[in-house]
Design a protein. Structure first.
Length: 302
């Protein structure tokens, strides 16, 4: 059996160019050094990955919720119409074409005074009265935050008697959105800092545990990158594992948000969870590997 393995091994070696074989050996040694570094850390690995998973879960949950909040804001924004009441003898079609030229105006619906009077008659019997209602334009803006600007521009147009909209609700909704987006950015910064601190402490322990070994490799003329890469990979692996574990609670958040979307009859973003997962892995690996590199520069003069 051993002779057969030896024959297979020799046969494979003959078909692999020497330079490629050397590269494979280097990659194998780097992988083994990375695994050896993780083994040296021992049970601390569990605490590191758990901490990474916790902070990534917080960021992922906020990031995913921000997508849903944007969907809710867009849906509510469509409901925030500016009611524009026209003066007598002003053509609503002509006025509609003028208001469409204003920036941020998304849609205009014309409600003639005859239509409004007919709708009122369905609820209240006012058949014996003269129609006192004006022609009305319902103006929808592209974003609730632009309602005030659109109103200010429409006030400059002659032929408008009055305007009304849910000003306070629009302002509060925009404030909530801005606060949530700010919190998400602050959490992202906190995640980056905590990740770098955790990885920095971990890599420092690994460096201290193999200090003599590193000195011997230096004396032997080993490349600096050969010493650095296993430590960088070790940090990246911590980030990768933390991101995988964080998907479990994030899936619960996703299911809860989908139920909320269904309850409020708001279409969720189709690729929201995919974007969150992609960003989560990229961020976890990048910050963890970056933290390792910073630690190497700080604690290892190579």
């Amino acid at each position: 059996m051993n002779n057969r393995k030896k024959i297979i091994k020799e046969t494979v070696k003959k078909h692999i160019p020497q330079r490629h074989l050397s590269s494979v050996r280097i990659m194998y040694r780097i992988a083994m050094e990375t695994i050896y570094g993780i083994k040296r850390t021992g049970l601390i690995n569990i605490a590191i990955v758990a901490a990474m998973a916790a902070i990534l879960t917080i960021f992922g949950a906020l990031f995913r919720t921000s997508f849903s909040l944007s969907s809710f804001v867009d849906k509510l924004g469509d409901a925030f119409e500016i009611s524009v009441y026209l003066k007598p003898n002003v053509d609503p079609v002509y006025m509609s074409s003028r208001l469409r030229e204003i920036e941020h105006v998304k849609k205009i619906t014309i409600i003639t005074k005859e239509q409004a009077w007919e709708e009122m008659n369905k609820d209240i019997d006012v058949s014996g009265m003269e129609n006192p209602l004006p022609d009305t334009l319902h103006v929808t803006v592209d974003d609730p935050s632009n309602i005030t600007n659109v109103c200010d521009n429409m006030k400059k147009v002659s032929g408008i008697e009055n305007m009304s909209y849910a000003q306070e609700i629009a302002k509060k909704l925009q404030t909530i959105t801005n606060v949530f987006n700010t919190v998400t950015v602050l959490v992202l910064i906190a995640v980056a800092m905590l990740t770098i601190i955790i990885i920095n402490c971990t890599i420092q322990l690994v460096i201290q545990s193999k200090k003599e070994e590193i000195e011997i490799m230096r004396l032997m003329g080993v490349s600096n990158w050969y010493i650095k890469i296993p430590l960088i990979l070790q940090g990246a692996i911590y980030g990768f594992l933390g991101a995988i574990i964080s998907l479990i609670p994030l899936n619960t958040v996703q299911n809860w948000l989908l139920k909320l979307h269904t309850f409020l009859n708001v279409q969720p973003s189709e690729f929201a969870m995919n974007v969150v997962v992609f960003c989560l892995f990229i961020m976890a690996i990048f910050f963890s590997a970056g933290g390792s590199m910073l630690s190497i520069k700080k604690h290892l003069q190579v």
